[in-house]
Design a protein around this ligand. Structure first.
Ligand SMILES: [Zn+2]
Length: 328
């Protein structure tokens, strides 16, 4: 249900071209961008051609977490690193958080490509997240409405990770909470709605692909329960779907602009539970780095940004996020 993907791709190629010796080039990022490449509608504002060359990571926790020789020191090393991250957050005037599916898996919402991911277990379900297939296949739509009706998302509740990010607002200066998630759990946890930018839309509403009508998802799901297999727009008869961004759909330009501006002006960028592999969301930490922010990556799996991050945390978010926030 969490449809990642977009036709909007931020141009990074110019940055790669000017790679300088001793800096880690950004081929990985560019490759990821090209993999998703389609229409370019927006570039990061005021990006110079300076090559990305941040300091090396202050703490690399992943090796420790994987059980190498430093394993016996893991708790101490972890806590020391969390102290340092907390210090950065305490001193920051402009914090930006980017969250992905990883923070909601602890609320029982499966991610997409993880070991228990929706698409890993049911590759056909990925088709439903592609707008072309969705529009052209009424059988697929009918199946998708049934899946929406039964989704774990309706029973999900925010977890300690969500609540820690809400608490972060109280203890530090959070400018924006950018999320790739569509579940609304940040707001449910108490994060200020005005600070949350839902880059991939949300499931609380249904939208018409014809006229742009929007209405509560609950009402449309009631129609499905009442027997409509493929409910149509009450205004124009057009195709309905959740108000999420599917593959092939453009992000909302105003949301993307707001996210880029926030990334550009932050001094700490905290990426939590996201693989940072889907553009343009994945361009946001890069914008932050280019403008001098510290980057903290908290994700169970490695990300392309780990070599550029000032700290990488592999511990479960439900453990690490509260531990950091209570240290602020
Ligand atoms: Zn309509």
């Amino acid at each position: 249900m969490r449809f990642a993907g977009t036709t909007v791709v931020v141009v990074l190629a110019t940055v790669v071209v000017v790679a300088v010796v001793a800096c880690e080039p950004l081929e990985l990022h560019a490759a990821a961008a090209q993999a998703n490449a389609a229409t370019v509608v927006s570039s990061p504002p005021n990006l110079s051609n300076r090559i990305l060359c941040p300091p090396p990571p202050v703490r690399e926790l992943s090796q420790v977490a994987r059980g190498d020789r430093r394993a016996p020191h893991y708790p101490a090393a972890r806590m020391e690193a969390l102290d340092e991250i907390a210090t950065w957050l305490r001193a920051a005037r402009h914090i930006v958080v980017l969250s992905g599916a990883g923070i909601s898996t602890e609320s029982g919402i499966p991610d997409f490509r993880g070991p228990n991911g929706i698409w890993t277990k049911d590759p056909a379900a990925e088709k439903a997240a592609n707008i072309e297939f969705y529009v052209s296949d009424p059988v697929l739509r009918a199946r998708t409405w049934q899946n929406r009706m039964r989704s774990e998302i309706w029973q999900a509740e925010p977890n300690v990770g969500h609540r820690a990010l809400a608490e972060l607002e109280q203890r530090a200066h959070v400018d924006a909470l950018l999320t790739q998630n569509i579940d609304g759990l940040h707001q449910a946890a108490g994060s200020t709605a005005e600070l949350v930018v839902e880059l991939h839309g949300n499931v609380r509403e249904a939208k018409c692909l014809g006229c742009g009508w929007r209405g509560p998802m609950a009402e449309t799901l009631d129609r499905v329960r009442a027997g409509e297999t493929d409910p149509r727009c009450v205004e124009c008869g057009g195709i309905l779907k959740s108000a999420t961004i599917s593959f092939g759909e453009a992000l909302v330009a105003a949301d993307l602009e707001r996210a880029q501006q926030a990334a550009q002006h932050c001094d700490v960028f905290l990426a939590v539970g996201t693989s940072l592999g889907v553009y343009p969301a994945a361009a946001l930490p890069e914008i932050a780095l280019r403008h001098g922010a510290r980057l903290v990556v908290m994700n169970a799996e490695p990300t392309p940004f780990d070599p550029h991050a000032h700290a990488v945390v592999r511990a479960p978010l439900g453990v690490a996020l509260p531990a950091i926030v209570e240290r602020i």
